[in-house]
Design a protein around this ligand. Structure first.
Ligand code: SF4
Ligand code: SF4
Length: 65
């Protein structure tokens, strides 16, 4: 599903706990070594991962238009 927003991760805040990976129903989040990768093509911007992140490392960047 195409979305008009983008989830951005603050790599200095992320503790790689995996909570956002578990909560994502679309498998859009993936921890690769010490990187959190967000697949924008899978993300529908439900923002669940933003809410669940204990480090406030995730935020929404709108890209309207
Ligand atoms: S929930 Fe937050 S701290 Fe945990 S892996 Fe995801 S972005 Fe990183
Ligand atoms: S906003 Fe929703 S679909 Fe997108 S990465 Fe986060 S949990 Fe997954």
């Amino acid at each position: 599903m195409p979305s008009n927003c983008k989830i951005v991760v603050d790599r200095f805040r992320c503790a790689y706990c995996g909570a956002c990976v578990s909560v994502c129903k679309n498998d859009a989040n993936e921890l690769v070594e010490t990187f959190l990768v967000i697949d924008e093509s899978k993300c529908n911007c439900c923002k669940l991962c933003v809410k669940v992140c204990p480090m406030n490392a995730l935020s929404v960047e709108s890209s309207e238009g």
